[in-house]
Write a protein that binds this ligand. Structure first.
Ligand code: F6R
Length: 366
């Protein structure tokens, strides 16, 4: 059942190259420069005329929403708000008929997300679903949607659902950007080509497994960990921290790297491992100076860097390399080592990786 892997989570982490490919297959044609998605094509005017896009989700899906916010705004120039479904539904939110709501859910059964969808519909918004489970409640309740084709996700900690959600949302953003003319012809083509290269690059990132396991062994007894990232990779820091918390029960916090000096820097001492996403392009120099600030306070640095990196390598205690790609696509790669790291720490601590305590795969109660 686990395809020779010790846990579903590990199997699902390793399935990501194919899951991402399955998600864009039939939708993306890089040669012809086409993106076809029925749910978007059939409702293109709703999207193009939208005042804004409101993304609602919970947990890891909410993190995918945050990545999408950066991508939509950068490429399609549409204002985006990302909301926790549980807050949105009880907040008397301002929603109009010109709003497009995108609900993201792996299971398609999350009670808060479902309730938020019903609320948005009652106010006249157009609601689009991004679900993994075919025929799920959220898939049925939304006006239109696009499935992630990740295949069944059994491990409670979400992995391949996250990267395939980002894949779908990237396709949507690119499609809208092209329709709106907010992306240049060459940049559009470049994105499509790079997206097609992602599965092979995820495969390459997965080859760091043994190296990551050694790092996991060094930090498995930490009581607290900090995860930092900027821009497109800020939500990846949040997701890295969530993954560690839920399966290893180690306290972890994700933060935008530059926000650290407004509080969390007080926590840093020689016992604090700090995982910093510091890939080239994405405010690289700024992140390097954030790393220097941590080092000056004796924090332990584990950098997630672009292959061939020199600057971070010279200051960090450890680095984990990922292949180079476009900044907007980098979350699909930087997520991988953080998933593996949480996995190995949890295994070394003898935790129940696939069924962590107190958690359920789908949260059907509010
Ligand atoms: C994290 C995790 C949860 C879910 C959240 C939303 O690994 O599994 O945070 O992401 O409960 O679930 P879905 O996506 O099914 O709505």
């Amino acid at each position: 059942v686990k395809g020779g892997y010790e846990h579903f989570m590990l199997k699902e982490i390793h399935e990501q190259p194919n899951a991402i490919k399955d998600t864009y297959r039939g939708r993306l044609n890089a040669k012809e420069g086409l993106i076809r998605m029925a749910g978007i094509d059939d409702n293109i005017e709703r999207f193009l005329n939208a005042n804004r896009i409101i993304i609602i989700a919970c947990g890891t899906s909410w993190h995918a929403g945050l990545v999408a916010e950066y991508i939509f705004e950068d490429l399609a120039r549409i204002p985006v708000e990302v909301e926790y479904a549980s807050e949105f539904r009880y907040r008397n939110p301002v929603i109009t008929e010109n709003d497009v709501v995108i609900a993201i859910s792996q299971s398609g059964e999350t009670a808060d997300t479902l309730a938020a969808i019903k609320l948005a519909k009652s106010k006249g918004a157009f609601v689009f679903g991004v679900c993994n489970v075919v025929g799920s409640s959220i898939a049925r309740e939304t006006h239109a949607g696009a499935y992630t084709h990740a295949g069944p996700e059994i491990g409670v900690a979400s992995t391949k659902a996250f990267t395939t959600q980002i894949t779908v949302l990237t396709l949507i953003a690119l499609k809208l950007a092209k329709e709106k003319g907010s992306i240049s012809h060459s940049n559009f083509h470049y994105h499509l080509q790079e997206l097609e290269l992602i599965p092979a690059k995820v495969e390459k990132a997965l080859l760091q497994d043994d190296h990551i396991k050694k790092i996991a062994d060094i930090y498995k007894d930490a009581k607290n960990c900090l995860y930092l990232g900027r821009g497109f990779n800020f939500p990846v820091a949040l997701e890295g921290a969530l993954k560690l918390k839920e399966i290893s029960y180690i306290h972890a916090e994700g933060y935008p790297a530059a926000e650290m000096k407004h509080g969390p820097i007080a926590l840093i001492d020689e016992h604090m491992p700090v995982f910093v996403i510091a890939t080239k392009k994405g405010h690289y120099e700024k992140v390097v100076s954030n790393i220097e600030e941590i080092k000056a306070r004796k924090g332990k640095i584990i950098g997630i860097v672009t292959e061939g990196d020199e600057a971070v390598k010279s200051i960090a205690d450890h680095v984990i390399e990922v292949p180079e790609t476009l900044e907007s696509l980098s979350p699909l790669l930087t997520t991988i080592p953080l998933q593996l790291l949480s996995y190995h720490i949890a295994v070394l601590l003898d935790r129940n990786v696939d069924q962590p305590r107190n958690l359920a795969k789908s949260v059907t109660v509010e």
